[in-house]
Design a protein around this ligand. Structure first.
Ligand SMILES: NC(=O)c1ccc[n+]([C@@H]2O[C@H](COP(=O)([O-])OP(=O)(O)OC[C@H]3O[C@@H](n4cnc5c(N)ncnc54)[C@H](O)[C@@H]3O)[C@@H](O)[C@H]2O)c1
Length: 351
């Protein structure tokens, strides 16, 4: 690890990337341990004839992904990925998980091996040995230590500086505490735990449950039913972590912000719940609704359900995860939304 001040690069500039850039930009101005300028890699887009990087660097606003919020002037938008990461000591990964291979392949060999990474990305993949976490992909492709940050953190509310909590999971806890310094504010409270894989898995799996919650809303099922979906979803999250995490899984981690709090916020707000509600009401495809409703943002719940389904099929475990399985089948196999009720009625948690 380099001597102070540590240079920070944010890889990504979507809704969450921009909200976290606001926190990091303001924090580094106050803490001598960090260099005062923060580079933010921006996937270049043209908005009303102007490059998004030019808009961010002159107007200090990401008009596409976080409109209405000023970014600190020391956050500099950089369109070249390699230029953004080349001298960074701390790398904050915050892109939709669909792009992680492309991004890591683009910077492999160009990042200092002493750099430390933190992933704010919610998603997972099927690997050769079952589960592959996004942090595993970054770690393997860049050969750096990677922590994760997950929590009940809807980007717009964080950007509005409303109070919330979050969880950093770090296998090397001292690295987690370094990122805590970079990220904590009076209204963004960070807890560090060493159960990093469970923290990350919570962030990915809760998006599947949010799709189930959105189906409940779309069908106008009541609060009791939605609470049952959330509870059964939590049971499946815990069971999945116990089967597929390589290390020890602590039940206490599910009580951190990354667990039950993120699950609740995602099942009441958030894009996955919202799109699932409209899906249940209109019958349009997930891809169509993503294009129509999200203005370039990506959905995580349905693709994560598909990855999880492949992992479960491979281990012949779909029957133990009826909610995860039903969400996948409804999204991608034309199973009628109403049939989610059957998976609730026959859930193994009741037998
Ligand atoms: N938004 C939230 O409230 C929130 C909160 C917590 C965690 N997260 C997680 O953070 C991660 C990033 O989410 P977000 O909300 O910042 O993203 P988003 O969905 O708002 O952003 C889209 C991003 O993808 C980039 N992009 C578009 N096309 C691309 C391409 N072809 N190649 C590479 N990049 C491309 C855009 O530049 C933009 O940065 C996700 O895993 C999400 O689950 C989001």
């Amino acid at each position: 690890m380099a001597e102070v001040p540590l240079k920070v690069c944010i890889v990504g500039s979507g809704n969450w990337g921009s909200a976290i850039a606001k926190i990091i930009g303001n924090n580094v101005k106050k803490l001598q341990q960090f260099a005062p300028t923060v580079k933010m890699w921006v996937f270049e887009e043209v908005i009303d004839g102007r490059k998004l990087t030019d808009i961010i660097n002159s107007d200090h606003e990401n008009v596409r992904y976080l409109p209405g919020h000023k970014l600190p002037e020391n956050v500099v938008a950089v369109p070249s990925l390699t230029e953004a990461v080349q001298d960074a000591d701390l790398l904050v990964f915050v892109i939709p998980h669909q792009y992680i291979h492309k991004i890591c392949d683009g910077i492999s060999g160009k990042v200092s091996r002493k750099a430390l990474g933190i992933s704010l990305i919610k998603g997972l993949e099927e690997g050769h040995q079952g589960l592959k976490l996004i942090s595993d992909i970054i770690r393997e492709k860049l050969d750096i230590d990677v922590s994760v940050l997950m929590g009940a953190n809807t980007a717009t509310e964080v950007a509005e500086e409303q109070f919330c909590e979050t969880t950093i999971g770090s296998k090397a806890v001292k690295n987690g505490f370094l990122f805590k310094k970079l990220l904590q504010t009076p209204n963004f409270r960070v807890t560090v735990v060493d159960d990093a894989d469970t923290v990350e898995l919570c962030g990915a799996l809760k998006n599947i449950v949010a799709v189930g919650a959105g189906f409940c809303d779309g069908l106008r099922w009541g609060d009791n039913t939605k609470a049952a979906v959330i509870r059964l979803g939590l049971m499946e999250m815990i069971a999945f972590a116990r089967i597929f995490c390589k290390g020890q899984v602590s039940t206490a981690t599910f009580l951190e912000s990354c667990g039950v709090a993120d699950l609740i916020t995602t099942c009441y707000g958030g894009r996955n719940r919202r799109v699932a509600e409209v899906f249940a009401r209109t019958g349009k495809s997930i891809e169509e609704l993503e294009r129509e409703l999200l203005n370039g943002q990506k959905l995580q719940g349905p693709p994560t359900a598909a990855q999880v389904h492949r992992i479960l099929m491979h281990s012949d475990l779909t029957k133990k995860f009826p909610l995860f399985t039903a969400v996948y089948q409804i999204c991608y196999e034309r199973k009628p939304v109403r049939e989610m009720l059957a998976c609730l009625q026959c859930h193994p948690a009741h037998i």
